[in-house]
Design a protein around this ligand. Structure first.
Ligand code: ATP
Ligand code: MG
Length: 424
C-alpha cells in the first residue's frame, strides 16, 4: 500500500497555489504600509508556553494540542496559534528595546487536533499581525482598518467585522461571577460540555453552538454592561475612531474568544458563506500577555486570519498562475537549436517561455501550446531560419505578424512583458 498524508493535513497543489501566493503577497504589501515587519518563529515550542498564555481550561489546550516528548523527555507542542510564539520571541530578543512600538506579522502553518471538516483542518495556515507597545484605542482602530483594508484588497467584500470588549482584570471577574450565577440557574438547559465548563470558563458558554445553550443564554448579562470606566471609555473611543475612518463594523456583545489572554477589544471577521466555520479572522487586545510570559508590562493587539477559509471564499475568483508568454514550436534540428538559445535568453529576461524537448510533431507542439494557454506561439523551421523571419501568432485571436529572427528578443519584449503578472 502506498503511503498517504495525515488526515486533516492537506497538500497545497500547484493548481491552487496562485490563490495562496496572491493572499500572502497582498498581506505583505498591505501590512508593510502600516509599518509591520515579518517575524518567523519555529513551529515547535515548549508546551508550557501555550498552557500559560492560551489558558489551561481552553479548548485548544484541553483538547487540541499536538504535544509530545522529545528524546530528552522535554514536552514540546506543535504551535496551535502564532501569538504566543511571537511574544516569546519578542521577549527573548528584547525587541521592546528597539522602539516604543513593535509591529510584527507572520504567516505559516498551525496545528490543532480537531475533527476535520470543510474549513477546519489539523494543519492549517494563518496570516497574523501583532502590534505591541501601544494601548491607545487609535491603535485598535488602525489594526481593524488594516484588516478591513486587506479583505477589500483581496476582493472579499462579503464579510463583516464584529467587535466586542471583554474588559480587563479589574472588571472581568465581576462579570464572570454574574455570568456564573446566571448559568447556575439554568444548568439543566445547558449541553453536557457547558455543564462541565460553566464554572471554569463561563464566557465560553456564550459561544456554544448547541441550540439549547443558545436558548438558555439568550438573556444572559452583557459583558458591555459590566465594563469598568477605563474599558468603557476605551471601547467607546475605538468605535469613534472606526467611524472617523469609515471602517464598517457591528457590535456583538456575545463574542468571546477561545483564548484566555484577551482583554478589552476583541473582534472577528465573519462570513455567511462557509457554513459553521463562519470566522475567517479573529483577534483582540492582550494587554497582560507580555508580562504574563515574563516580559515587561506592555500592551498588545493582534489578529490571525485562516488562510484555508480565505482560499475557500476566493474559489470562484479563479486566480491563476500566469501561463507561458511564448511557445517556441520548431521543425528540424537547426530550428530546435536556435529556439533552445532563445528560450534561455527569454527566461533570463524574466519572460516565461516553453518549447518541446521530446521531438514531437509540429501539430503536437501546437496542441501543447494551446493546452498551456500560451499567449503567443512562434513557428520556426528551415524556411524561417534561411529567410531570417518567422510568424508570431497571438493565440487569443489568431492574429499573426512577421518578426525578424535576428532581433527576436527586441520585438518580443514589449509584447510579452505585460504577460508575466498574475491575473485575477
Ligand atoms: P473557530 O471558532 O472556527 O474554531 P477559533 O476561534 O478556534 O476558530 P482562532 O484561534 O481565533 O480560531 O484562529 C483564527 C482563525 O484561524 C480562525 O478565524 C479561522 O479562520 C482559522 N482557524 C482556526 N482553527 C482552524 C482550523 N482547525 N482549520 C482551519 N482554519 C482554522
Ligand atoms: Mg477553534
Amino acid at each position: 500500500m502506498s503511503i498517504t498524508g495525515i488526515k486533516g493535513m492537506n497538500d497545497i497543489l500547484p493548481s491552487e497555489i496562485a490563490t495562496w501566493q496572491f493572499l500572502e503577497d497582498t498581506a505583505r504589501r498591505i501590512f508593510a504600509t502600516y509599518g509591520c515587519q515579518e517575524i518567523r518563529v519555529p513551529v515547535v515550542e515548549k508546551t508550557e508556553l501555550f498552557c500559560r498564555s492560551i489558558g489551561e481550561t481552553t479548548d485548544i489546550v484541553e483538547k487540541e494540542m499536538y504535544t509530545f516528548n522529545d528524546k530528552s523527555d522535554n514536552s514540546l507542542t506543535l504551535r496551535p496559534e502564532g501569538t504566543a510564539p511571537v511574544m516569546r520571541s519578542f521577549i527573548q530578543h528584547k525587541l521592546f528595546n528597539q522602539d516604543q512600538v513593535s509591529k510584527l506579522y507572520y504567516l505559516g502553518p498551525m496545528f490543532r487536533y480537531e475533527r476535520p471538516q470543510k474549513g477546519r483542518y489539523r494543519q492549517f495556515h494563518q496570516i497574523g499581525a501583532e502590534i505591541i507597545g501601544i494601548d491607545d484605542p487609535r491603535m485598535d482602530a488602525q489594526v481593524l482598518a488594516m484588516l478591513s483594508h486587506y479583505f477589500e484588497a483581496v476582493g472579499l467584500t462579503d464579510v463583516s467585522l464584529q467587535i466586542n470588549s471583554l474588559g480587563c482584570p479589574k472588571c472581568r471577574p465581576d462579570y464572570r461571577q454574574t455570568l456564573i450565577d446566571f448559568l447556575q440557574q439554568r444548568l439543566d438547559q445547558l449541553c453536557p460540555d457547558c455543564q462541565r465548563r460553566y464554572a471554569t470558563n463561563p464566557l465560553r458558554v456564550l459561544d456554544c453552538k448547541s441550540k439549547s445553550c443558545k436558548e438558555a443564554t439568550q438573556d444572559a448579562p452583557s459583558v458591555l454592561d459590566h465594563l469598568c470606566d477605563e474599558c468603557d471609555t476605551h471601547f467607546a473611543t475605538v468605535q469613534q475612531c472606526l467611524n472617523q475612518l469609515g471602517t464598517a463594523y457591528s457590535i456583538n456583545n456575545r463574542m468571546v474568544r477561545g483564548l484566555d489572554y484577551y482583554t478589552k477589544t476583541t473582534f472577528e471577521m465573519v462570513t455567511n458563506n462557509l457554513g459553521a466555520q463562519n470566522a475567517v479572522a479573529a483577534g483582540g487586545r492582550y494587554d497582560g500577555l507580555v508580562e504574563e510570559l515574563g516580559g515587561p508590562s506592555l500592551p498588545g493587539i493582534g489578529f490571525a486570519m485562516g488562510v484555508e477559509r480565505l482560499v475557500l471564499l476566493l474559489q470562484d475568483k479563479k486566480i491563476k498562475t500566469p501561463p507561458p508568454a511564448l511557445f517556441l514550436a520548431t521543425l528540424g534540428k537547426d530550428a530546435e537549436e536556435f529556439a533552445f538559445k532563445v528560450l534561455h535568453q527569454l527566461q533570463r529576461e524574466g519572460i516565461y517561455a516553453e518549447m518541446d524537448f521530446t521531438g514531437r510533431s509540429l501539430k503536437a507542439q501546437l496542441r501543447r501550446a494551446d493546452k498551456l494557454n500560451c499567449r503567443y506561439t512562434i513557428m520556426i523551421g528551415d524556411n524561417e531560419l534561411s529567410e531570417g523571419s518567422a510568424q508570431l501568432k497571438r493565440m487569443a485571436d489568431g492574429d499573426q505578424q512577421a518578426v525578424q529572427l535576428s532581433q527576436l528578443l527586441e520585438q518580443l519584449r514589449p509584447l510579452l512583458d505585460d504577460a508575466s503578472t498574475t491575473s485575477l
